[in-house]
Design a protein around this ligand. Structure first.
Ligand SMILES: Cc1cc2nc3c(=O)[nH]c(=O)nc-3n(C[C@H](O)[C@H](O)[C@H](O)COP(=O)(O)O)c2cc1C
Length: 388
């Protein structure tokens, strides 16, 4: 098979490799997928300034954010169920991140337990937490995270209720505690995926390891844990978390300057401008559209990270130029994971780095620091547009 040349190639391979239930879960957005499409459309509509005859012979994509060095201004964001996209998915993704010199964040809905990721990948992941109605469950996860040396905790704030993804509803994913006949038959039609899953052993959620009351099948655990995510969570609860977590705290899912200011007041160290990849509130604005106003509201008091819609290295350049201190990847790396495991994630990261490097060189920019300082003069909406 010819090597993939962009993230879209990896997505095609992921679609062929995965049973429909899992490809749809990975690919889908909420309702009519308006925001999912807007994330792409608004990133694509931005124009970059070309500058010629600038010495760009020495280029450097490395950048420090969240207090750590990184080979790229990028990290792997939290994505649930990575172990269903490839047998030991979370461990493979963490290894690829380590090899690429970037960081990795493990989701609450990971198949692999955080202890196993840390041991098998030789890297202490960041951890993303959902706050459950039973607060003691969150406290137990915090304790486990502390024990393995996690320094950075992401709390996801844009999931008061789960997004309604119609493709998932059709497939019975996360709504039913049992696997239907049709998805089961479809799995059998994907023998490579089946063998990989069988080799990986029992499928269950690493977070629920010590919680027998959640049941022991993945479907049961998922449905029950999802129902327990606390819809009454408020800004005052951020203090509850801040009091219990002395490490770096990052709030994920901010889409307005007002909420960004509340996050700063709430004592977090960073926020992620994110619409959850168009998977939560459909018709919400694209993340890139709101990024400049949020960066202005924060005014350097905390770091501003960005995600949603990144599929090209040039998208990363645009986000950094418009005020992001770092970018989280979601589907872009998971398509690679589903397509070819660790090698697929490495391929995704290599392709994005090549595209970033090429874009910056043609813009006459040699470093991330330069991109950040000169950002606004280097990127803009097409003439007459309201994009920025
Ligand atoms: C399959 C899938 C599962 C996800 N699971 C989580 C999760 O468990 N926790 C979380 O905070 N975000 C989760 N996200 C959201 C991502 O962290 C990120 O915000 C989003 O994927 C960015 O959009 P993009 O995929 O278009 O880049 C998930 C995204 C996808 C695609």
């Amino acid at each position: 098979m010819s090597p993939p040349i962009n993230i879209a190639d990896l997505r095609d391979r992921a679609r062929r490799r995965l049973p429909r239930m899992f490809f749809d879960y990975l690919d889908a957005g909420a309702f009519g997928e308006t925001t999912l499409q807007r994330n792409r459309a608004d990133l694509e509509a931005l124009e970059l300034t070309q500058q010629v005859l600038v010495d760009v012979s020495r280029r450097d994509l490395s950048h420090a954010f969240l207090g750590r060095k990184s080979a790229l201004p990028v990290m792997l964001g939290p994505v649930g169920f990575c172990g269903m996209f490839a047998g030991r998915g979370e461990i493979l993704a963490a290894r690829a991140a380590k090899t690429a010199g970037i960081h990795f964040c493990l989701s609450t809905f990971a198949i692999a337990a955080m202890e196993d990721v840390a041991a098998a990948a030789g890297l202490v992941p960041d951890f993303q937490i959902y706050i459950f109605q039973r607060r003691e469950l969150a406290e137990q996860l915090l304790e486990r995270a502390r024990k393995i040396g996690v320094t950075t905790l992401f709390v996801t704030a844009d999931t008061a209720v789960g997004g309604l993804r119609e493709r998932d509803t059709r497939n019975g994913f996360r709504t039913s505690e049992r696997l239907g006949l049709r998805p089961l038959a479809d799995m059998v039609l994907h023998p490579r995926w089946c063998l990989d899953q069988l080799a990986a052993g029992k499928r269950s959620l690493g977070a629920a390891r010590d919680w027998p009351e959640f049941g022991n099948s993945l479907m049961q655990q998922t449905a029950r844990m999802t129902r327990l995510i606390d819809p009454s969570l408020q800004w005052s609860d951020l203090k509850w978390l801040r009091d219990r977590w002395s490490g770096r705290l990052v709030i994920k899912g901010i889409l307005s300057p007002e909420d960004a200011r509340r996050a700063v007041d709430g004592g977090v160290d960073a926020l992620v401008v994110s619409n959850h990849g168009g998977r939560q509130l459909d018709s919400a604005p694209s993340s890139i559209r709101v990024l400049p106003a949020i960066a202005a509201a924060v005014a350097g008091r905390i770091e501003v990270l960005f995600d949603s819609g990144i599929r090209r290295g040039s998208d990363i350049v645009k986000a950094i130029a418009l005020g992001a201190d770092g970018v989280l990847l979601g589907r872009a790396y998971v398509y690679g994971l589903a397509a070819a495991g660790e090698a697929g994630v490495s391929a995704a990261l290599r392709l994005l780095a090549i595209e970033m490097d090429n874009t910056m060189a043609l813009m006459g920019v040699s470093s991330i620091a330069e991109l950040k300082t000169r950002g606004k003069e280097l990127v803009g909406g097409p003439a007459g547009s309201q994009l920025i």
